[in-house]
Design a protein around this ligand. Structure first.
Ligand code: PLP
Length: 391
């Protein structure tokens, strides 16, 4: 056993779409040319189709957090009262970000592994009618839990508050009806279900959010969305765009239009369900059993075994990269991604690796038990379904 192939199995960065990777090699281009303008316009139009929204969609050259920051700086003023629904490390990022810009943050926190219930948000909004914004993660990647953004959006929609959704691992893993659900900002990132390297952030912006921008008094420059929108209409970005990633994105969007966004979502959700079935068969506990995300499954390390050892052995024995817990969850949970360019064969391999690692570390499991659960899930969910789209 001398050859080891690297495999990226984390909830971000995710495996790369091969045609996108090839397209990115054509990056010796200038962005202030008609060819690039045409490309940029078609990418923006395709992104809108893939996200399924009539709202404006913009692309920023940053990781996902840049778009989170843009949502804050473009629509709020110092001292504005906002609610953050926080259920993990990324919820805490909203709190830190909003506080860094001087917003008055009311935090509704759920314990790690749980979510903030829509009823809790409804009560908080009723008790605080001056709230200007509600921030949430559609999928909280640090715990593997998903919020009910549909119900939360409906609640926020009936108030003056903007509903700002970090959907960085929500896009492509759960249904998001942006316009009817009242999702004022929906934020995405290239290194998640978009199958690209890190470096691009996406946002959809509702008319309700645009109305707030001129009056909002927080400073903004690089991420001024009004300027970005004006330029985007001409096929340009305000600053030098990440041209190689835009070339890659064009290929990914072409693929997603062929595949269908609902198929991408179903793919992630079936992989997540099969992973949960494998955990059940192997006697492993899930970290967020109540509202599991389709993007990532967080699994508790068995008693007496650190998840950091499991993560290390995946890498050392098999060349597979999975994610440990973040912050105080490090050593306690390990996380497996399902979003974007993952297939069932990745999961067969991953669960087989996991069984070997458990056995080698004093957690006896019968080899093949978890793999059989994944195979059974696969067999029952593919019967009579249409064939996958080959690339
Ligand atoms: C990955 C991720 C982010 C963004 O992180 P960046 O490192 O800035 O790309 C934000 N929220 C969630 C839920 C994520 O999974």
């Amino acid at each position: 056993m001398h050859i080891q192939k690297p495999r990226l199995l984390t909830p971000g960065p995710t495996p790369l779409y091969p045609k996108a990777l090839q397209a990115m090699m054509g990056a010796e281009i200038h962005h202030r040319t008609q060819d690039f303008r045409d490309l940029y316009l078609s990418v923006l139009a395709d992104l809108k189709v893939v996200l399924g929204t009539a709202h404006d969609v913009l692309i920023l050259a940053s990781s996902g957090t840049g778009a989170m920051e843009a949502a804050v700086t473009n629509c709020f003023s110092p001292g504005d009262r906002v609610i953050v629904c926080s259920a993990g490390k990324f919820g805490e990022r909203w709190v830190e970000l909003a506080q860094a810009y001087g917003l008055d943050v009311l935090t509704l926190s759920a314990p790690y592994g749980s979510v903030v219930e829509p009823a809790t948000l409804a009560q908080a909004l009723a008790a605080n009618p001056d709230v200007k914004g509600v921030f949430v993660q559609a999928s909280e990647s640090s715990t593997g839990a998903a919020h009910d953004v549909r119900a939360m959006g409906k609640i926020a929609q009936a108030t003056p508050a903007l509903f700002v959704v970090d959907a960085i691992t929500g896009i492509g893993t759960m249904p998001l009806a942006i316009d009817p659900w009242g999702l004022d900002f929906v934020i995405g990132g290239s290194q998640k279900a978009f199958m690209l390297p890190p470096g691009l952030a996406f946002l959809s912006i509702s008319p309700k959010a645009w109305e707030r921008m001129d009056a909002a008094r927080l400073p903004r420059y690089y991420f001024d969305l009004r300027r970005e929108k004006k330029n985007a209409a001409k096929g340009e970005s305000s600053w030098t765009p990440a041209t190689s990633l835009i070339l890659g994105l064009a290929e990914v969007l072409k693929y997603l239009k062929t595949l269908g966004m609902d198929q991408l979502i179903d793919n992630a959700q079936q992989l997540a369900a099969a992973t949960r079935a494998a955990c059940g068969a192997l006697g492993l506990e899930l970290f967020a059993p109540g509202s599991p995300s389709g993007a990532v499954t967080a699994i508790q390390a068995p008693p007496g075994l650190s998840s950091s050892v499991i993560v290390k052995e995946f890498r050392q024995k098999f060349g597979s990269i999975i994610a440990d817990g973040q912050g105080e969850m490090k050593g306690r949970i390990f996380r497996i991604g399902h979003l974007g360019y993952f297939d069932i064969v990745d999961l067969f391999a991953l669960v087989a690796e996991l069984e070997l690692i458990l056995n080698a570390n004093g957690v006896p499991v019968k080899l093949g038990t978890g793999v059989a659960a994944v195979q059974t899930h696969y067999a029952s969910h593919t019967a009579g379904k249409k064939q996958p789209v080959a690339v």
